[in-house]
Design a protein around this ligand. Structure first.
Ligand SMILES: [Zn+2]
Length: 191
């Protein structure tokens, strides 16, 4: 499953993990859901158990993804939310019919309708985005400091000073770049 396709970046916030399925937006973009089956895989990994997906549903998903990205970027930079992005997010939220169900061991699961699983899953993601954009959740939207990324992410750190969308990718790369730059500086100073 998924062999040959870019890996998923898993995060704890559903809506921004979803926008992370297109990464390096300001560099060489990496599409992590290039096929309907990859969207199925991503949804399953994120607790939204769909069994199939059409090309049209993949298009809907990407439209929602870009709408969340645009709205979250605007929110992170204190700009007005783009009206068309808000419309797409609201449409997806309104058309989803997922039900939150409680398991016997006290965890939440999403129950999706059989006829429109993907639309229901997208509704859950859209509602998650609305919760963040409306400021209902504890955290702050910010933009990744990597110049080739600039992804909007949800900072839930105590100090609200997180700089990278993902410590394992953007954060690490930046740390390595700084390390190499310092090494070069030390060498020239010594020489
Ligand atoms: Zn990043």
């Amino acid at each position: 499953m998924g062999a040959g396709f870019p890996d998923f970046r898993l995060g704890s916030v559903l809506a921004t993990s979803f926008t992370g399925t297109l990464s390096e937006r300001r560099g060489t973009p990496v599409e992590r859901i290039p096929t309907p089956q990859r969207l199925v895989d991503w949804l399953v990994v994120n607790g939204l158990a769909v069994t199939s997906c059409t090309d049209a549903q993949l298009e809907l998903a990407r439209e929602l993804r870009e709408a969340i990205h645009a709205a979250a970027t605007a929110a992170a930079t204190q700009e007005a939310l783009p009206a068309d992005a808000v419309r797409v997010i609201n449409d997806r939220s309104a058309q989803g019919r997922a039900a939150a169900v409680l398991t016997p061991d006290g965890t939440r699961q999403w129950q999706l309708g059989s006829a429109s699983e993907v639309e229901d899953a997208l509704g859950v993601i859209a509602a998650d985005a609305i919760g963040i954009l409306a400021g209902e959740r504890d955290g702050k939207l910010a933009l990744c400091a990597s110049p080739t990324c600039q992804a909007a992410f949800f900072d839930t750190s105590q100090s609200r000073t997180r700089r990278w969308c993902d410590m394992n990718t953007c954060g690490n790369r930046q740390k390595k770049a700084r390390f190499l730059a310092n090494q070069r500086k030390n060498l020239t100073q010594r020489g």
